[in-house]
Design a protein around this ligand. Structure first.
Ligand code: PMP
Length: 360
């Protein structure tokens, strides 16, 4: 058996070149005479690698000098709870824009600490769009505004950064980071679970503007305090060394592809190929408003749910993995992150066309 095209939403496909390099140096990394997983995170070799990974990410996203880059743990979900503890006072207003399941979860977790206000939501239309900016009700006294630039489950993406005035904007970019250029300066904080476009799960990358770190209160446990993590170069305790290493390899890979501008061109072409086919077919359907369709996650339904099981079984046999939609929406979902080549999307479209003809 050989590697198949993997459409998993996350943990997701990694570039084959990266996996091969990790395989080649799994037993002996550099001159360490040991695996990268077996050496001290405080040793020279690891620190040099960690700093290089950070520099590469800074270069890839043109991260301004007044932002720290943190390599954290806990998954994006832990940071749903930790962000308000650091950036809002207890009980202070915070604004959340709900565009799908992940922003909903982020808002729910923040309630334990802050006065969460829903500034806008598209839940009434089943999260099929981004609520128009004119309809948002932002609070003047909010500590920050939180958005989810790409909703992984519904496949809804902001294609422009909303203007929220002087209130710090926080974005959960778990499923869109590195897929296209990102104007970091429009956000105060960006964070991403690694397991889509960066590397393995168990690593969270955060970009945080220096003045936000001044807000981190001294009376929370150090391990929850971002300013402490920043002060110690993300080595307050043992970091996810394997995740950091793999992230570094992925950053090099993205650079070799031509950076995020080149990724954006490829990702746009992949998404257009799939959406154009879906829209042109009477068989498949994507419910998301055209202007908010995600380049990374493409949900689609078949004419009846009875066909789902057959579609999944046959697609897997054809070498197209993990197309089952999230249980919240049903149907199918193709996640087409950076590591998915255009040929993989073409193979999916060819399969879909053939399946529709046979089961029409
Ligand atoms: N935010 C988004 C946009 C996600 O897609 C996910 C996971 N798929 C999460 C948060 C949660 O991430 P984790 O499982 O790393 O906590």
């Amino acid at each position: 058996m050989s590697r198949a095209y993997n459409f998993s939403a996350g943990p997701a496909a990694l570039p084959e070149e990266v996996l091969r390099q990790a395989q080649a140096e799994l037993l002996e990394w550099g001159g360490a005479r040991a695996s990268v997983m077996e050496v001290s995170h405080r040793g020279k070799a690891f620190i040099a690698m960690a700093e290089e990974a950070e520099r590469d990410l800074r270069e890839l996203l043109s991260v301004p000098a007044n932002y720290k880059i943190l390599f954290l743990q806990g998954g994006a979900t832990q940071h749903f709870a930790q962000l308000p503890m650091n950036f809002a006072q207890r009980g202070q207003a915070v604004d959340y824009v709900l565009t799908g399941d992940w922003s909903e979860k982020a808002a729910k977790e923040a309630r334990a600490w802050a006065d969460v206000r829903i500034a806008a939501s598209s839940s009434n239309s089943n999260y099929d769009r981004i609520p128009a900016r004119e309809t948002w009700q932002l609070s003047a006294d909010a500590a920050y505004v939180h958005i989810t630039p790409n909703e992984t489950i519904r496949g809804v993406e902001f294609h422009a950064v909303p203007d929220v005035g002087n209130v710090p904007l926080i974005g959960d970019v778990s499923s869109t980071i590195l897929s296209r250029p990102l104007d970091v300066s429009r956000y105060a904080v960006l964070y991403a679970g690694a397991q889509k476009n960066i590397g393995p799960s168990g690593l969270v990358v955060m970009l945080v503007r220096d003045d936000l770190l001044d807000r981190c209160p001294g009376n929370i446990a150090k391990i929850f305090n971002y300013a402490e993590h920043a002060a110690q170069g993300s080595m307050l305790n043992t970091p996810n060394t394997w995740g950091w290493y793999l992230a570094g390899l992925v950053f090099k890979w993205v650079k070799a592809q031509g950076g995020v501008a080149a990724m954006a061109q490829r990702n746009r072409a992949k998404a257009e190929l799939l959406y154009d086919y879906i829209d042109g077919s009477a068989y498949y359907r994507n419910p998301v408003e055209h202007s908010a369709r995600s380049w990374m996650n493409v949900p689609f339904t078949l004419p009846s749910e009875e066909l789902d099981a057959r579609f999944l079984k046959e697609s897997e046999a054809a070498g197209l993995l993990a197309l089952k939609g999230h249980r919240a929406v049903g149907g199918m979902r193709a996640s087409i992150y950076n590591a998915m080549p255009l040929e993989g999307v073409q193979a999916l479209v060819d399969f879909m066309r053939d399946f529709a003809q046979r089961n029409g």
